[in-house]
Design a protein around this ligand. Structure first.
Ligand code: IMP
Ligand code: MG
Length: 176
């Protein structure tokens, strides 16, 4: 179940999205921006973010899976790949949350092999103290403590993604 008041409110998230989109708009002026949304978790963040980016961009999606309920398997699978050719283009990977860093590191390495002009990372949430693999986060929303969160695209067992804010999740006996 979802506990207490939001960890991050709708307003806090929206203010941060606007700030990040502003920085991205400045940095990508005159470039060939390809935004890659890492599904499923980043779908809501990506759709809000790109609405505030003021430079031309192309959007594509990649579906990655590494989690079973609330545990990372450490084994990243690409369930659905991008359709765009990113060679010579400026890739921005958009992720919901960076925890161990294993997922994003795997995806980043995979993109680097496609000969893009650049690869940068935009992550809404950062559980920094959990990091196992170091990944460079160019645009970071919020650093959060080591708690399991849901909402704003993030799930527990594919539920709670529709919450408009981010909340701390605690398992009940039925959900365990
Ligand atoms: P990492 O590979 O350990 O960095 O895990 C990153 C992925 O795990 C994210 O893309 C999420 O899908 C999922 N994840 C990690 N922490 C949480 C959380 O607190 N709530 C929901 N999903 C999470
Ligand atoms: Mg994810």
């Amino acid at each position: 179940m979802v506990t207490g008041k939001p960890l991050l409110t709708v307003n806090q998230i929206q203010d941060k999205v606007i700030e990040l989109a502003g920085r991205i708009s400045t940095d990508y002026a005159g470039k060939d921006l390809v935004v890659i949304s890492i599904l499923k978790g980043a779908f809501m963040f990506t759709s809000d973010l790109i609405r505030h980016i003021r430079v031309p961009l192309t959007i594509d999606f990649i579906t990655a899976k590494s989690y079973q309920k609330d545990k990372s398997t450490g084994d990243v699978k690409i369930l659905c790949d991008i359709k765009e050719d990113v060679r010579g283009r400026d890739v921005l990977l958009v992720e919901d949350i960076i925890d161990s860093g294993i997922t994003l590191n795997y995806i980043r390495e995979r993109f680097l092999q496609m000969s893009p002009r650049s690869v940068k990372i935009c992550g809404l949430l950062d559980k920094k103290e959990r990091r196992i693999v170091d990944v460079p986060i160019d645009y970071r929303g919020f650093e959060i403590p080591d708690v399991f969160v849901v909402g704003y695209g993030l799930d527990y067992d594919n539920k709670y993604r529709n919450l408009p804010y981010v909340a701390i999740f605690k398992k009940t006996s039925e959900e365990a």
